[in-house]
Design a protein around this ligand. Structure first.
Ligand code: AMP
Length: 389
């Protein structure tokens, strides 16, 4: 299946080609026709599945086929997101997918000065991406006109509820036109999420896609884009929240091994470090502590890890991707042994993205990068990092 077969506007197809998007992801295949047909949608999909394009592309398509000639910009689409980071990402996706097409997106979130956001809104836009609190503030001060909203998107609805936005959402809904299309995305579903979806969706089309990469393969490989400075915190969070009891972690250098052992100890995670500068005795001791369960994490360099025989190792974390994609294969081969299931998680900074491309090339797999809720990359920091290079 191609994007062309989804009947998207030819200008959009050109953009997608320039982005090298060759085939739609499952959520895109299912959602795009429903959104184009004007249906409400209730979709279970995580970040990383391509869900942003699943709603952004048909929205831009509608603009191209119906409104591109209009002089005056009015907000026809409102996207609500739980966090400022996700708002930025969704906004940037709209910008990316509509490059050169005359479509415009504005982003508004709290914790930042409101005036530049008001200035941007005054220039006019087709889509507003916002967090609930800031949107409400703009609406109450009558700084935005929501009367022309045709499509409302709730992105990561479960997180919005977790973060206590239910009252804000209800107050926003009262200000929107009754007759509109609503697209509801949530990674998880519980009673509260269903209750909210029931109150705001009209005979929705249900779409559920499997988590990416949860294939039949014995090793589940997950790739998260995360800023370098947040990697240690995310690692500690993953170990704790997923209750990983035995995890083998690979930074790239000996120095990084030592640093990481200290860093995660601060979060209460006991780890042993092994690398070539340690005596054999120290290395053996580290391995023994790991095997016996005295420490939960073993932090190792590629060289030190070769030949380690650890049975039933469930989890491997690439704290940094290796320079050689072959080493990636060696590393993840430490898990999923002897018919056991395993998980390999890679934490990838902006600067390591090219190494991720190498992994995809070598494995021949179309892996996709995801963002982990709470640890989404900060694009402003990335730009600063780039400039500082
Ligand atoms: P999302 O789930 O919307 O956060 O998207 C995750 C990542 O997948 C983003 O980096 C997108 O640019 C990328 N992506 C989305 N759709 C496709 C596609 N059809 N082909 C390749 N990459 C895609």
């Amino acid at each position: 299946m191609s994007f062309a077969s989804l009947s998207l506007h030819s200008d959009l197809l050109v953009v997608l080609e320039s982005l090298n998007y060759q085939t739609p992801t499952p959520i895109q295949l299912e959602a795009i026709p429903e959104v184009l047909a004007g249906h409400d949608v209730l979709a279970g999909a995580q970040t990383g599945t391509g869900k942003t394009a699943a709603f952004a592309l048909p929205i831009i398509h509608r603009y191209l086929t119906q409104y591109a000639q209009n002089d005056k910009k009015v907000i026809r689409t409102l996207v609500l997101t739980p966090t400022r980071e996700l708002a930025q990402q969704v906004h940037q996706s709209f910008v990316k997918y509509s490059e050169g097409l005359g479509f415009s997106s504005v982003v508004a979130y709290g914790g930042a000065s409101i005036n530049p956001q008001i200035d941007a809104l005054n220039k006019g836009c087709d889509v507003l991406v916002a967090t609930p609190g800031r949107l409400l503030e703009l609406a109450i001060k009558e700084l935005i006109d929501l009367s022309a909203i045709e499509t409302l998107v709730l992105d990561e609805a479960d997180r919005m509820l977790d973060m206590g936005f239910i009252n804000d959402i209800n107050r926003i809904l009262k200000r929107l036109p009754e007759s509109r299309q609503t697209l509801f995305f949530s990674a998880t579903f519980n009673d509260e999420v269903f209750a909210l979806s029931k109150t705001i969706l009209k005979t929705p089309k249900l779409i559920e896609v499997a988590e990416r990469n949860a294939t039949a393969a014995k090793i589940e490989q997950l790739f998260y884009e995360v800023d370098t400075k947040r990697k240690a915190a995310m690692l500690a969070y993953l170990i704790g929240s997923k209750n990983w009891q035995q995890v083998l972690i690979f930074p790239r250098t000996k120095q990084a091994v030592d640093e990481l052992v200290k860093e995660i100890a601060k979060d209460g995670i006991k780890a042993a470090g092994v690398h070539g500068d340690k005596s054999q005795g120290a290395r053996d001791r580290g391995l023994e502590e790991f095997k016996s369960g005295k420490v939960r994490a073993l932090v190792a360099t590629d060289v030190a890890a070769r030949g380690l025989d650890i049975k039933e190792l469930q989890t491997v974390v690439n704290f940094e991707l290796p320079y050689s994609a072959e080493d990636y294969i060696h590393r993840i081969g430490r898990t999923g042994r002897a018919g056991q299931e395993g998980i390999a998680v890679s934490l990838i900074s902006h600067k390591e993205k090219y190494l991720f491309e190498e992994v995809k090339k070598l494995t021949g797999e179309a892996f996709m990068m995801q963002w982990f809720p709470g640890f989404e990359p900060d694009f402003m920091a990335q730009e600063e990092e780039e400039r500082g290079k």
